[in-house]
Design a protein around this ligand. Structure first.
Ligand SMILES: Cc1ncc(COP(=O)(O)O)c(C=O)c1O
Length: 325
């Protein structure tokens, strides 16, 4: 990350990114924010007013396109880009590469589903599948020997500023939320949304990040007061990168109240509850909702105005079979 620090993330930077995302030729959607009461979900565990932000309906099926739109707009046109992702970032990166006609390469773990490689290749992007332990070596080789430009999937100022557009949209619809609940993997989304809310002047809004118990790098980073890594494992693979991002960690320390943990069982229950109400949300995308329906994870929700982000919906019929009815 070089010398980029949390001080570089100002409201002006976020507002500019928001305009870039809004005007992006990638067609980023201003996703609906629906009141829970207008869905067929069973009532929340405590009486409160919850709004649900439907990023599962976003272009490419997740919020990642927001950050990607801002990254591509601020990198050299016609560059040759490389990234490391088996998930939603890779899909958004490939979509943008095709749109901009830029050359792209995605390095992914050889354990990722083959269907994911096929999808990314269908956008004209090269895929190299390597053992997980070699991912970074291969990326470094691409940068040093083939002069490619590395785009990080969560630890990048432009990406985080693009994700912040989601937070600014929330504030337009729910002007002063009491509680905002956001899932956390490397922390790019949480950092962007939290910065958008705090830098807009909402100091009393409580902001919670949600991680899986088996992939709690940001939770552990808060305890150790530095970004840490771990052998992360969860059904929510998008929330299980090997470490918390450095810039996300700094921003989350500054702007996030608390990281709470959910089990894989709680995530599965959330995916099923959402599906029964007609919402297809992947495990990573359902973690914030899982924390809310668990009842005792998010403190003092009663009577409050709560916002829950559903961050992605990329899940096939085959995967759905793993969830309880
Ligand atoms: C659906 C979904 N939600 C959340 C995340 C976590 O995002 P971040 O790494 O920015 O915390 C991801 C990451 O891939 C994702 O795919």
């Amino acid at each position: 990350m070089g010398d980029v620090s949390a001080d570089c993330v100002t409201l002006d930077v976020l507002r500019e990114a928001r305009e870039t995302v809004r005007g992006s030729p990638l067609g980023v959607v201003q996703t609906p924010l629906v009141p829970w009461s207008q869905t067929s979900l069973p009532p929340p565990p405590v009486p409160c007013s919850v709004h649900i932000k439907l990023e599962n309906m976003q272009k490419t099926g997740s919020f990642k396109i927001r950050g990607v739109a801002n990254q591509f707009a601020r990198r050299p046109k016609g560059g040759h880009f490389v990234t490391m992702s088996a998930g939603n970032y890779g899909k958004a990166f490939a979509y943008a590469s095709k749109h901009y006609g830029s050359k792209g390469k995605v390095v992914m773990p050889e354990t990722a589903p083959l269907s994911r490689s096929t999808l990314i290749q269908s956008f004209g992007v090269e895929v190299e599948r390597v053992p997980t332990s070699r991912l970074m070596d291969v990326v470094n080789h691409c940068v040093q020997n083939d002069h490619m430009i590395f785009l990080h999937s969560y630890d990048d100022l432009d990406l985080i500023a693009g994700h912040a557009s989601l937070g600014l949209e929330v504030l337009e619809a729910v002007p002063e939320p009491d509680v905002v609940v956001v899932c956390c993997g490397g922390g790019g989304l949480l950092a962007g949304v939290a910065a958008a809310i705090r830098l807009s002047g909402f100091c009393r809004t409580r902001i919670y990040g949600v991680e899986p118990e088996g992939a709690c790098t940001m939770y552990q980073s808060f305890l150790e007061e530095r970004p840490v890594g771990m052998e992360a494992k969860s059904i929510a693979s998008g929330l299980a990168p090997p470490s918390a991002g450095t810039l996300p960690y700094q921003l989350c320390r500054r702007h996030v109240d608390q990281i709470v943990l959910v089990s894989d069982e709680e995530i599965k229950t959330a995916v099923s509850a959402l599906y029964r109400s007609g919402l297809v949300v992947e495990p990573s995308g359902a973690a914030a909702f899982a924390a809310i329906i668990a009842g005792d994870k998010i403190p003092e929700m009663a009577g409050k105005s709560v916002v829950c982000i559903l961050s992605g919906g990329n899940m096939g019929k085959d995967e759905l079979a793993n969830f309880p009815d």
